[in-house]
Design a protein around this ligand. Structure first.
Ligand code: GCU
Ligand code: CA
Length: 760
């Protein structure tokens, strides 16, 4: 155990009562002896260190609070060896199956796992042995290489995200960190976020009341499982304070410290009772990524920063495992800093190195590394508003070396980074390519700039510079690192006119073609903004890049006065133009023009009117046909799939993390929810195993209607998997596909469903 154990207020108070009762005297200014935190118990420590601790504690209780006894107890407490985190890791990694990984990556992992298992079971293991076993295991697990091609999962922006249990994800101003083979996402849950999600027609300015710091886990960066609140309002801090008393909690990240084997959460905080002016960096510490974290340290000012606290901050972990705090100075925010977290325990930001200077101020500071270069990105000093991403890039392989002058990241100009502020980046080194995810924070609960808090988009290299693709929907394969535009992507940028948030006469992403142009509130949804043209002739246009295909153009519109020639049109690279005419209508009406063929290349979207006033909102340009992605796979164990039975892993050969073993009963179904780009007939492949000797029959129920019956023949063994191909009618958009068994044997074991599978 490095340093001393934390003393929670609870334990200190209990000690006071106990010592008064035992010794009949108040131990005045005497420090209460160190003791394990309230949420730690015998099973969390090695048997021998716990025995030494309890014996010192019991002796002290019998003899009263003499100084020597307290000293002995302090030593025993300092000598406690925490193994809970290692035990958790080992239990988790024992669920991995060798068949899923390349032999070359499995062998060192299996070795590290066996070693860690031994250390976790060793009653007299030392703290440094535990830390070393943990680090070796996390490292080997991080190097595991999947033996398959992975699957594409859909990321949809402009909606509120849910976790795998269907509960809201509340995570703002945080970061995603990969520990072993799992991604962990930490952020802040604010009260304002709950209120806004329930009623997004109004703002919750300044309702930054802190609720908790949740942690979610994922293997694919798309399906996130809620794990724990690592900190809450009652998390105890120094000087008897608790986190709930803080005026601000946010902008956090986590460092795994290889020396101590601990996870350190580095949080921006404002809480005067912590010391100094109360603006500082708080360090909380846990024994596993999903632990309940405890107070460890508070740093009021980082050396070389001209002001206390930090402007904004994130934690960046380099390839070599070293962690850095990326921040700007709090007051003025003109200087960009990289401060290394102390290697011995990650509990201090060492003297920082200034890498950038901009007198206008920058915030949302975050960093990523691509092809050996460091890129520092930040937003305008805009409060909760959206912004382009300003980038400086390293001119050497030294993260604390020199950086270029600032440029705007391509792809962030036309919709202010999809109406976000830089939040953090996740770099995914796939088997085929490296993709960086730009995780933008949409502080909609405070700023009213659209729906959803988390807007994630891919960043790839275009020439020598990184470029953001501001897509509203995309598909990502975390195994290969590949991505592609999603079927429901809206190709129009800033389509809801929310990026500016203040009234302007030239809207972000739009070029005025003449006349009176402005944004007005409320928009079609009864709040936020819309584009208003006129009265008299006026127009705007936007140029975008589209792939060839057939598109649907849509808009919400209303008019005032006598409009003529009100329209939204789109012209493709060949100059062919299609026009959606807007008739007079005093109330908001949705208009749509389908079947628009567009050639690949630049398309121009134009909105115009020749008289009266035209107000438009919610523009859409969605591709309805082109090449439908094939091989879109839906695993039976992945929400929103439903398995009336258990998700099992006992029969090898399944894909993903398990298969659905339906209860052996008629009606015990497996259900998938799939997305189709267009209505029509689709071919589905159902992967199953039937180790029984008889075939199992099921109805195929699409969107609640039985369309056919399927028979799943015996495959001879539960480890022998086969694919049944069926043809079904699907609607455009979301569909439920249910396999509903009609006999008492129930379903075969079901692994996944492929949509758009090649006909067998
Ligand atoms: C066995 C087998 C299960 C299977 C079940 C069944 O119990 O282990 O995986 O689902 O048989 O007959 O349905
Ligand atoms: Ca079964």
């Amino acid at each position: 155990m490095i340093g001393t154990l934390r003393r929670t207020g609870l334990v200190a108070a209990a000690w006071l009562v106990m010592s008064v009762a035992a010794a009949g005297v108040t131990p005045a200014a005497a420090e209460p002896p160190a003791a394990p935190d309230a949420h730690h118990s015998a099973a969390d420590y090695t048997a021998s260190s716990w025995a030494a601790y309890t014996s010192a504690r019991d002796t002290l209780t019998q003899r009263g609070a003499d100084a020597a006894g307290r000293e002995r107890l302090q030593q025993a407490a300092d000598g406690l060896v925490m193994v809970r985190g290692l035990k958790n890791l080992v239990a988790d990694y024992k669920t991995r199956a060798a068949s899923k990984y390349t032999g070359g990556s499995w062998a060192p992992f299996a070795e590290a796992l066996a070693k860690a298992d031994g250390v976790a079971a060793d009653a007299s293991a030392t703290t440094s042995e535990v830390a070393a076993a943990k680090t070796a295991l996390v490292t080997a697990a991080g190097n595991l290489v999947a033996a398959d091609e992975g699957t594409f999962q859909t990321i949809t922006n402009d909606v509120f995200w849910n976790d795998t249990s269907g509960n809201p994800i509340y995570s703002q101003g945080g970061g995603v960190f990969k520990f072993g083979d799992t991604y962990y996402w930490y952020g802040v849950h604010y009260t304002g976020a709950e209120l806004y999600r329930a009623n997004p027609t109004r703002k919750y300015d300044g309702d930054v009341s802190f609720v908790s710091i949740p942690v979610y886990s994922s293997k694919d960066l798309v399906n996130w499982k809620f794990e724990n609140n690592v900190a809450t309002r009652s998390t105890g801090l120094a000087n008897g304070a608790s986190l709930g008393q803080a005026g601000w909690v946010g902008r956090l990240g986590v460092s795994y410290n290889e020396t101590t084997g601990k996870y350190v959460l580095v949080v921006q905080v404002y809480l005067p009772s912590l010391g100094g002016d109360g603006n500082g960096v708080l360090f909380l510490r846990g024994d596993s990524p999903t632990d309940t974290f405890d107070y460890a340290y508070y740093q009021n000012q980082v050396v070389n920063s001209p002001t206390t606290g930090t402007g904004d901050q994130t934690v960046f972990t380099d390839d070599d495992g070293r962690d850095y705090l990326i921040f700007s100075n709090r007051s003025g925010r003109s200087r960009a800093f990289v401060g290394k977290l102390r290697e011995s325990d990650s509990l201090r930001v060492e003297p920082a190195v200034q890498i950038g200077l901009n007198s206008s101020g920058r915030e949302g500071n975050a960093m990523f590394k691509l092809d050996g270069k460091y890129y520092h990105a930040a937003s305008d000093l805009h409060g909760w508003n959206a912004s382009v991403a300003h980038v400086i890039e390293s001119t050497s392989s030294n993260i604390q070396g020199t950086y270029t002058s600032e440029y705007t990241m391509a792809g962030t100009e036309m919709d202010y980074s999809h109406v976000t502020q830089t939040g953090f980046f996740v770099t995914v080194k796939g088997t085929k390519q490296t993709t960086v995810i730009f995780a933008g924070d949409r502080w909609a609960d405070f700023a009213w700039n659209g729906i959803g808090y988390n807007q994630w988009m891919p960043v790839t290299k275009s020439g020598s510079r990184p470029q953001l693709s501001p897509v509203s929907q995309w598909q990502f394969n975390a195994t290969t690192g590949e991505w592609r535009v999603g079927q429901n992507n809206n190709y129009i940028l800033n389509p809801d006119f929310q990026a500016d948030r203040v009234t302007v006469s030239t809207l972000t992403g739009w070029t005025n073609t003449g006349g009176s142009v402005t944004n007005v509130s409320p928009g079609a949804n009864g709040s936020r903004f819309a584009l208003q043209l006129g009265s008299g002739s006026a127009g705007v246009r936007q140029q975008i890049t589209v792939p060839a295909g057939t598109y649907t153009l849509s808009a919400y519109a209303k008019t005032a006065g006598s409009v003529s020639g009100a329209q939204v049109s789109v012209a493709d690279a060949s100059g062919a133009t299609r026009t959606l005419n807007i008739p007079s209508s005093s109330g908001w009406t949705r208009r749509e023009l389908a079947g628009i063929p567009l050639a690949a290349g630049t398309a121009t979207v134009t909105v115009r009117t020749s008289g009266g006033t035209l107000t438009v909102d919610g523009l859409g340009l969605v591709r309805t046909s082109g090449d439908t992605p094939t091989g879109q796979r839906y695993e039976a164990e992945t929400a929103p799939a439903v398995c009336q039975g258990t998700i099992d892993t006992n029969w090898a050969g399944f894909s993903g993390s398990g298969f659905c073993n339906g209860t052996n009963a008629a009606g015990a179904y497996a259900q998938f929810t799939v997305n189709a780009s267009a209505g029509g007939t689709a071919t589905l492949g159902v992967r199953f195993a039937n180790g029984g000797s008889a075939a199992r029959a099921a109805n195929l129920v699409i969107n609640g209607s039985t369309v056919s019956a399927v028979s799943f023949e015996s495959t001879g063994a539960w480890t022998t998997w086969a694919t049944k191909t069926v043809t079904v009618p699907l609607n455009a958009g979301s569909n439920t596909i249910r396999l509903d068994p009609t006999e008492t044997a129930g379903l075969p074991n079901v692994d996944y469903l492929d949509i758009g599978a090649a006909a067998a």
